[in-house]
Design a protein around this ligand. Structure first.
Ligand code: SER
Length: 313
């Protein structure tokens, strides 16, 4: 029987993933875990464990207690925060991954999901329609940790037959749970300003195109990837995945069509340099071919849902 542990369940992706997995596989089969003592309301429908993934002994204890078969490892520091705490970011992003990979190598668990990111690309990568296989020279601590993690995932898959699966997530847009410490976070924050009738100050310049995706698409992609037959997963580093690509001025204009008085100003900060090193759009042919990926949300549909919901949560 499937027993899933979601590590980092209190975060932006983790929260919605737990909800999605519980809907599909039953509340009691999905164990949410996070370093925080306090359990979020959204996670209260099933089991919760306080867990620091860097503590290998505690991780093993939780896995044994619940007889876990699959782990989704979402605990990580994102790009902007990682630049401020490089040592800790490297430790968290790498130690956590090794602890989980080794559980699979030792035959304790059967399957792993680990997220990578568009941050694995760098300033020398082709920016438009960035291919799966291309120049990868990330210039952020976060990107370096994700690229190293991808290489280790593939190594464990090839050397030890570990069933690890991964997606290079674009910037994710959601309202249930807020992002924190990312370079793509502006695309969530903008909806709060729009709904409060406040002028939005954007920390990126107006023409900074980045790959983005509405959270519902990302959760569907993640679960579909994990449920796909093992033979169809040809890439064991991480899959490119594309949803919607836009610039700050494009999302501003899309919101302005529904909120005509909305205003924006641009005040790029240190995150501009990070964004400038990333692709503006992604080629996800392999994900489409190997496990049937197809996005459902475009910019208009996503804006409509976000404007309807951000202030309710
Ligand atoms: N959303 C992430 C960030 O901005 C990218 O994976 O750091």
């Amino acid at each position: 029987m499937k027993k899933v542990l979601v590590i980092g369940a209190g975060g932006q992706i983790g929260t919605e993933l737990v909800v999605g997995l519980r809907k599909r596989f039953g509340n009691d089969n999905i164990i949410a875990s996070d370093v925080k003592d306090e359990v979020k309301d959204a996670l209260k429908d099933g089991p919760y464990e306080k867990l620091d993934v860097m503590n290998d002994a505690d991780l093993k204890e939780v896995v044994a207690k619940h007889q876990i078969t699959e782990i989704y490892l979402l605990a990580a520091l994102l790009s902007a925060t990682a630049e401020k705490h490089p040592d800790f970011a490297w430790k968290l992003n790498m130690d956590g991954l090794f602890n989980v990979l080794n559980l699979a190598k030792d035959g304790v668990i059967e399957k792993i999901f680990w997220p990578s990111s568009i941050a694995v690309f760098g300033p020398n990568t082709p920016k438009d329609n960035t291919p799966q296989y291309t120049i990868m020279e990330p210039s952020t601590v976060y990107g370096i940790s994700k690229l190293a993690g991808e290489r280790w995932c593939e190594y464990y898959a090839k050397q030890y037959d570990v069933d690890v699966r991964s997606i290079r997530y674009p910037g994710l847009i959601s309202y249930t749970s807020l992002p924190g410490g990312g370079t793509t976070d502006y695309a969530v924050d903008i909806f709060y300003s729009a709904n409060r009738n406040e002028k939005f100050t954007c920390f990126l310049s107006e023409e900074t195109g980045l790959p983005m995706m509405y959270m519902e698409d990302a959760i569907r992609a993640t679960i579909n990837l994990m449920e796909a037959p093992k033979e169809s997963i040809k890439i064991r580093s991480s899959y490119n995945l594309a949803g919607i690509s836009f610039t700050p001025v494009e999302i501003f204009n899309a919101i302005k069509r529904v909120r005509p008085n909305f205003e924006i100003e641009y005040a790029p900060d240190f995150r501009q340099k990070i964004a400038d090193s990333w692709p503006s759009s992604i080629d996800d042919t392999h994900a489409r071919q190997d496990w049937g990926w197809e996005p459902e949300f475009d910019l208009e549909k996503m804006c409509e849902i976000m404007l309807d919901n951000v202030l309710k949560n």
